[in-house]
Design a protein around this ligand. Structure first.
Ligand SMILES: Nc1nc2c(c(=O)[nH]1)N=C([C@H](O)[C@H](O)COP(=O)(O)OP(=O)(O)OP(=O)(O)O)CN2
Ligand code: ZN
Length: 141
Protein backbone atom coordinates (compact mmCIF):
# COMPACT_ATOMS: atom_id res chain seq x y z
CA UNK A 1 0.00 0.00 0.00
CA UNK A 2 0.95 3.62 -0.36
CA UNK A 3 2.59 4.10 3.01
CA UNK A 4 3.60 7.68 3.16
CA UNK A 5 2.34 10.96 4.53
CA UNK A 6 -0.35 12.26 2.25
CA UNK A 7 -0.82 15.92 1.41
CA UNK A 8 -3.95 16.94 3.29
CA UNK A 9 -6.86 18.98 1.96
CA UNK A 10 -8.13 21.86 4.08
CA UNK A 11 -11.91 21.61 4.52
CA UNK A 12 -14.66 22.18 7.06
CA UNK A 13 -16.65 18.94 6.60
CA UNK A 14 -17.38 16.81 9.67
CA UNK A 15 -16.14 13.55 8.17
CA UNK A 16 -13.13 12.67 6.04
CA UNK A 17 -12.51 9.19 4.67
CA UNK A 18 -9.35 8.03 2.90
CA UNK A 19 -9.13 4.94 0.73
CA UNK A 20 -5.92 3.42 -0.60
CA UNK A 21 -5.86 0.92 -3.41
CA UNK A 22 -3.56 -0.23 -6.15
CA UNK A 23 -3.85 -1.78 -9.58
CA UNK A 24 -1.51 -2.96 -12.31
CA UNK A 25 -1.90 -1.50 -15.77
CA UNK A 26 0.03 -0.85 -18.95
CA UNK A 27 0.17 2.38 -20.88
CA UNK A 28 2.14 4.36 -23.40
CA UNK A 29 2.32 8.09 -24.05
CA UNK A 30 2.41 8.58 -27.82
CA UNK A 31 4.14 11.95 -27.77
CA UNK A 32 7.72 12.67 -28.80
CA UNK A 33 8.08 14.60 -25.54
CA UNK A 34 7.49 11.38 -23.58
CA UNK A 35 10.81 9.78 -24.58
CA UNK A 36 10.99 6.13 -23.53
CA UNK A 37 7.39 6.32 -22.26
CA UNK A 38 6.24 6.25 -25.89
CA UNK A 39 6.73 2.49 -25.70
CA UNK A 40 4.18 0.29 -23.95
CA UNK A 41 5.22 -0.37 -20.34
CA UNK A 42 3.55 -1.21 -17.05
CA UNK A 43 3.14 0.22 -13.57
CA UNK A 44 1.59 -0.69 -10.28
CA UNK A 45 -0.46 2.43 -9.69
CA UNK A 46 -1.13 3.42 -6.08
CA UNK A 47 -4.24 5.49 -5.52
CA UNK A 48 -5.39 7.46 -2.50
CA UNK A 49 -8.87 9.01 -2.41
CA UNK A 50 -10.06 11.64 0.06
CA UNK A 51 -13.85 11.78 0.49
CA UNK A 52 -15.60 14.33 2.70
CA UNK A 53 -19.12 15.08 3.83
CA UNK A 54 -21.28 16.26 6.67
CA UNK A 55 -23.82 13.44 6.64
CA UNK A 56 -23.52 9.63 6.77
CA UNK A 57 -25.79 7.12 5.06
CA UNK A 58 -28.25 4.93 6.99
CA UNK A 59 -25.47 2.36 7.63
CA UNK A 60 -23.20 5.00 9.11
CA UNK A 61 -20.90 5.15 6.08
CA UNK A 62 -19.75 8.26 4.27
CA UNK A 63 -19.38 5.84 1.37
CA UNK A 64 -18.63 2.11 1.50
CA UNK A 65 -14.85 1.60 1.05
CA UNK A 66 -15.61 -1.43 -1.14
CA UNK A 67 -17.64 0.60 -3.64
CA UNK A 68 -14.65 2.88 -4.17
CA UNK A 69 -12.28 -0.02 -4.77
CA UNK A 70 -14.70 -1.83 -7.09
CA UNK A 71 -15.24 1.28 -9.19
CA UNK A 72 -11.56 1.79 -9.99
CA UNK A 73 -9.88 -1.58 -9.54
CA UNK A 74 -12.42 -3.53 -11.62
CA UNK A 75 -12.11 -1.07 -14.47
CA UNK A 76 -8.36 -0.57 -14.68
CA UNK A 77 -6.60 -3.58 -13.12
CA UNK A 78 -4.69 -5.61 -15.71
CA UNK A 79 -5.80 -3.38 -18.55
CA UNK A 80 -4.12 -1.13 -21.08
CA UNK A 81 -5.11 2.40 -20.08
CA UNK A 82 -4.90 3.62 -23.69
CA UNK A 83 -7.65 1.16 -24.63
CA UNK A 84 -10.27 2.77 -22.40
CA UNK A 85 -12.65 5.16 -24.21
CA UNK A 86 -11.74 8.07 -21.93
CA UNK A 87 -8.14 7.86 -23.20
CA UNK A 88 -8.96 7.70 -26.91
CA UNK A 89 -8.58 11.44 -27.37
CA UNK A 90 -6.11 12.15 -24.56
CA UNK A 91 -3.04 10.35 -23.26
CA UNK A 92 -3.11 8.34 -20.03
CA UNK A 93 -0.64 10.52 -18.16
CA UNK A 94 -0.61 10.43 -14.40
CA UNK A 95 -2.30 13.84 -14.32
CA UNK A 96 -5.14 12.86 -16.67
CA UNK A 97 -5.62 9.51 -14.93
CA UNK A 98 -5.96 11.33 -11.60
CA UNK A 99 -8.52 13.71 -13.12
CA UNK A 100 -10.46 10.82 -14.69
CA UNK A 101 -10.53 8.91 -11.40
CA UNK A 102 -11.79 12.03 -9.62
CA UNK A 103 -14.67 12.34 -12.12
CA UNK A 104 -15.64 8.67 -11.77
CA UNK A 105 -15.57 8.82 -7.98
CA UNK A 106 -17.49 12.10 -7.83
CA UNK A 107 -20.17 10.67 -10.17
CA UNK A 108 -20.54 7.67 -7.87
CA UNK A 109 -20.78 9.86 -4.77
CA UNK A 110 -23.54 11.96 -6.30
CA UNK A 111 -25.75 8.86 -6.53
CA UNK A 112 -25.64 8.63 -2.73
CA UNK A 113 -28.34 10.40 -0.67
CA UNK A 114 -25.81 11.83 1.80
CA UNK A 115 -23.93 13.57 -1.07
CA UNK A 116 -20.26 13.33 -0.06
CA UNK A 117 -17.57 14.83 -2.28
CA UNK A 118 -14.15 13.69 -3.46
CA UNK A 119 -11.71 16.47 -2.56
CA UNK A 120 -8.42 14.85 -3.55
CA UNK A 121 -7.05 12.04 -5.69
CA UNK A 122 -3.41 10.97 -5.47
CA UNK A 123 -2.00 8.74 -8.20
CA UNK A 124 1.48 7.34 -7.67
CA UNK A 125 2.88 5.95 -10.92
CA UNK A 126 6.41 5.07 -9.85
CA UNK A 127 8.32 5.05 -6.56
CA UNK A 128 9.55 8.56 -7.42
CA UNK A 129 6.57 10.14 -9.23
CA UNK A 130 3.04 10.98 -8.17
CA UNK A 131 0.31 13.50 -8.93
CA UNK A 132 -2.27 15.14 -6.67
CA UNK A 133 -5.58 16.20 -8.26
CA UNK A 134 -7.81 18.59 -6.35
CA UNK A 135 -11.02 19.71 -8.08
CA UNK A 136 -11.77 23.38 -8.63
CA UNK A 137 -15.13 24.84 -7.63
CA UNK A 138 -16.33 24.72 -11.26
CA UNK A 139 -15.68 20.95 -11.44
CA UNK A 140 -18.62 20.40 -9.07
CA UNK A 141 -21.96 20.58 -10.89
N1 LIG B 1 4.25 14.98 -15.85
C1 LIG B 1 4.40 13.68 -16.25
N2 LIG B 1 5.60 13.26 -16.65
C2 LIG B 1 5.77 11.97 -17.00
C3 LIG B 1 4.68 11.08 -16.98
C4 LIG B 1 3.42 11.57 -16.58
O1 LIG B 1 2.41 10.84 -16.54
N3 LIG B 1 3.32 12.86 -16.22
N4 LIG B 1 4.90 9.78 -17.30
C5 LIG B 1 6.07 9.30 -17.61
C6 LIG B 1 6.23 7.82 -17.88
O2 LIG B 1 4.96 7.21 -18.05
C7 LIG B 1 7.08 6.99 -16.87
O3 LIG B 1 6.52 5.69 -16.72
C8 LIG B 1 7.24 7.54 -15.49
O4 LIG B 1 8.33 8.38 -15.53
P1 LIG B 1 9.50 8.56 -14.45
O5 LIG B 1 8.99 8.99 -13.12
O6 LIG B 1 10.49 9.44 -15.11
O7 LIG B 1 10.03 7.06 -14.25
P2 LIG B 1 11.44 6.54 -13.75
O8 LIG B 1 11.17 5.26 -13.04
O9 LIG B 1 12.40 6.50 -14.88
O10 LIG B 1 11.89 7.66 -12.69
P3 LIG B 1 13.32 7.89 -11.99
O11 LIG B 1 13.01 8.74 -10.79
O12 LIG B 1 14.18 8.61 -12.98
O13 LIG B 1 13.86 6.54 -11.61
C9 LIG B 1 7.24 10.19 -17.76
N5 LIG B 1 6.98 11.54 -17.38
ZN1 ZN C 1 4.49 5.07 -17.50
Amino acid sequence: MMQQFYPSVPHAFRFELNKDMHFSAAHFIPSEDAGKCQEMHGHTYFINLTICGNELDTTGFLIDFKLLKNLIHKKYDHSVLNHHPEFESKFPTTELLAQQIWQMVENLLQTSANQPHCLQVIVRETPTSYVVYRPSKEDFQ
